[in-house]
Design a binder for this molecule. Structure first.
Ligand SMILES: Cc1ncc(COP(=O)(O)O)c(C=O)c1O
Length: 397
């Protein structure tokens, strides 16, 4: 399929592969296509390549190579962390924020079927977990907490270190869904009070089909897929070329952060775009302000759009109108658009949990940037949104 004329502003759904990633994957698959468990030279070459990339990824994520378990992506990492805790941990209570990704809600539902009690942690209007409420719930039988670091729909960053410190004090296992964060800020697993951390290569211009679960030494998990690979924690022949792409993607992202003193340079582009969009009538930001102490994903804008009569407009219709005008954005998260985790008619469960009413919760629009976006790409977006807003308001829904 030829490249589409749309400017791609949906990085939080998935990011286009970087050229260096495609090259690293082609090279790895050409030179190290064999099964890394095979004992002949071909197998040894694959095992060497896999080990080199494992060590490179581990060094950038601040963990040991033995603490990194390759899986198929974010959803599998989350399921391994949560469902895999059943067994090593007796069934008890699991706490999840009310604004988790649908994958975490699904994994918690699987725990509920195994006798666990699931409780959702309330969030404020910005989507931030209430630490006092969390502390009250960190009493027996709570055994497991799972919180997403960066919220994909509304950009909220959770106070992971404070949550982790409370979990440590209470002796409760803590999993962090860092799928939207890795590549956009430094993650130093060794310095975090976190037991398990999930990430996926495709959110940072790596390939789809590979992700990692970071597992602190001593944290036991029941594998979802049995087999000898990955230290017995995830069976299946390792995807050497995908791991090579993951390593190349994280190296690129890391270099970008290093070149900007550890901060994502996309934040400046995002701030300018947000200022331009906020000059439009009927456009409101959802989630935290970029300068809110809670913090916000640096490449993320989430808006609620009202028509001239002040009534919220449907996010999905705005997305279609913007696509016609050359901009690929999304309403809420791609996964919620696919149905899971969403209420009826594209109503966002995340916005409802944050206290928005159902009409507002259907008017979410997400714009997420990546390093392929230039200021010139964004110049026409405010005018396009204004036109999209008018056509949605004028056409009967
Ligand atoms: C916060 C978060 N967690 C988990 C996932 C699931 O990751 P994957 O699509 O790689 O399974 C996503 C994907 O959108 C996400 O945004």
């Amino acid at each position: 399929m030829p490249p589409l004329p749309e400017i791609y502003l949906d990085a939080c759904a998935t990011a286009p592969p970087a050229e260096a990633v495609l090259e690293a994957m082609a090279r790895a698959h050409r030179e190290a296509w064999a099964n890394p468990s095979s004992l002949h030279g071909h197998g040894l070459a694959a095992a060497e390549r896999l080990e080199r990339d494992r060590q490179a990824l581990a060094a950038r994520l601040g963990c040991g190579g033995d603490e990194l378990v390759f899986v198929s992506g974010g959803s599998e990492a989350i399921h391994t962390a949560l469902v895999g805790s059943d067994g090593p941990l007796e069934p008890g209570r699991v706490l999840l924020s009310a604004v988790e990704h649908p994958a975490s809600h699904a994994a918690a539902a699987a725990l509920a079927r195994r006798g666990w009690e699931v409780q959702l942690l309330p969030v404020d209007r910005r989507g931030v977990v209430d630490l006092e409420d969390l502390q009250r719930r960190l009493t027996p039988p709570t055994r497991l907490v799972s919180v997403l670091w960066g919220q994909s729909e509304v950009g909220t960053l959770q106070p992971i270190e404070a949550i982790g410190a409370l979990c440590r004090q209470a002796g409760v296992r803590f999993h962090v869904d860092a799928v939207q964060v890795v590549g956009h800020r430094r993650v130093d697993f060794n310095r975090l009070p976190v037991d398990l951390l999930s990430c996926a290569a495709h959110k940072l211009q790596g390939p789809r089909g590979v992700g990692a679960l970071l597992v602190r030494r001593g944290v036991l998990l029941e594998p979802l897929v049995g087999g000898a690979q990955e230290g017995g924690r995830r069976g299946g022949t390792e995807p050497v070329a995908l791991v090579a792409g993951f390593a190349a993607a994280l190296e690129l992202a890391d270099r970008r952060l290093t070149a900007h003193g550890g901060d994502d340079p996309l934040a400046a582009l995002r701030d300018q775009l947000l200022a331009d969009l906020r000059r439009l009538e009927g456009v409101r930001l959802s989630g935290p302000e970029p300068d809110d102490p809670a913090g916000r994903l640096p490449h993320h804008i989430s808006l609620l759009v009202d028509g001239p009569d002040g009534r919220p407009l449907g996010g999905r219709r705005l997305v279609r109108e913007l696509a016609r005008r050359g901009y690929a954005v999304s309403s809420g998260s791609a996964c919620a658009s696919a149905g899971a985790g969403a209420g009826s008619g594209g109503t966002s469960a995340v916005l409802l949990a944050m206290g928005y009413d159902p009409a507002e919760a259907s008017s979410g629009l997400r714009i997420s940037l990546g390093p392929w976006v230039s200021p010139a790409d964004l110049a026409g977006l405010p005018a396009a949104l204004e036109l999209a807003r008018r056509s949605v308001a004028e056409a009967p829904g």
